[in-house]
Design a protein around this ligand. Sequence first.
Ligand SMILES: Cc1ncc(COP(=O)(O)O)c(C=O)c1O
Length: 403
Amino acid sequence: MEITYSELSKRAVASEIRELLKYTRIEGITSFAGGLPEPSLFPLDDIARISKQVLETNGLIALQYGPTPGEPEFINSLVKHSSQFGEEVKPEQICVTSSSQQGLDLVSLVLADKGSEIILELPSYIGAIQAFGRTGVTMNGIRMENDGMDMNQLEEVVKQKYRNGNKIRFIYTIPDYQNPSGIMMSLEKRKQLIEIAAKYEIPIIEDSPYREICFNGQSNPSLWSLSGGEGVIQLRTFSKILFPGMRLGWIAAKKEVDEKFALMTQSVDLCSPTFNQLIVAQYIKEGRMYENIQKAIGIYRQKNKAMIDALREFMPSGVTWSEPTGGMFLWVNLPNHIDAKEMLAVAAENKVVYVTGKPFHCDGSGKNTLRLNYSFPSIAQIQVGIKNLSQTVYEFSNANHLL
Ligand SMILES: Cc1ncc(COP(=O)(O)O)c(C=O)c1O
């Protein structure tokens, strides 16, 4: 049968990163490629115990369809979780999602049309680029500086589009320990961003999976908090602070905006898994979520340090990297003439792999960049892996007479 596929499905292209994952199968290789949490943090015993308890005490609800915006018990636990980390959100401002990737899908469905103009960071999260790209939007990338988007360029682009009669539909940002760069947006830039967005009436999409994973106790207030929720739609997830297998997250938005998301969710998946919501609600209620996050912070802080120390010790000059104070990723800038994709085959021979930076750039730039993940490999693997990566840069440069 000759099947006619939708235009939208034709735009859903495979990510270049999937291609690269073949290297991660090579025996003995150190992979800095994924974005996986450290598995020893998965609270197997607690989840087994709470699952049983939920089935015994609330089983008929747990296994049934639930309300589209989320189970009230879970929503209340999200309010508690948020307040433990200094965020205020009201139950009616929450729409539960099957994690943030669904949140991004919903953003595309609710806010964008084919041909809409949007703004995002350069680089930005590849899954967002895919979700927005599939809708057929026009993406305007804004350069990242050490403390977030270049606000002058942002305002210039907004103004120029405005003059041409094109209102930007939304600005997408990952302000906390960004994936992929690890950069945290400064307080000053957060305020500037809110001001520019308010002036031109552009909603901000604040995607923040890593917010709680802060190594030095010095996180900045979220855009959601700073704006009092006005004009900001926040995407949150438990994937990185608990585990991704639950597929649970939430959208925080002003009540009337939140209702739009809830309505769209009905046609996407009716409701997020009820059983999972009740398990996580209990986990938060018992205070275990907070404890587990503190443990995660301790482990990731050590791994982050191990990676930065190894980069300082082994990397040749001309290579620079971000030194994040939270999250799971670190960003490397190679000398301009080195193509990280071409270098990957040499890296794999040296038993180390990473994710190339270009697919994170909506404008096709960034060929000399790469992303390193430090949450998944062990400290020993990080040390050996960075040594091998540094060796790879030398070898690749020498073979190509580049340094
Ligand atoms: C910035 C960002 N947004 C969204 C996601 C999607 O995560 P999930 O769907 O597991 O919540 C990720 C995952 O890596 C991410 O880094």
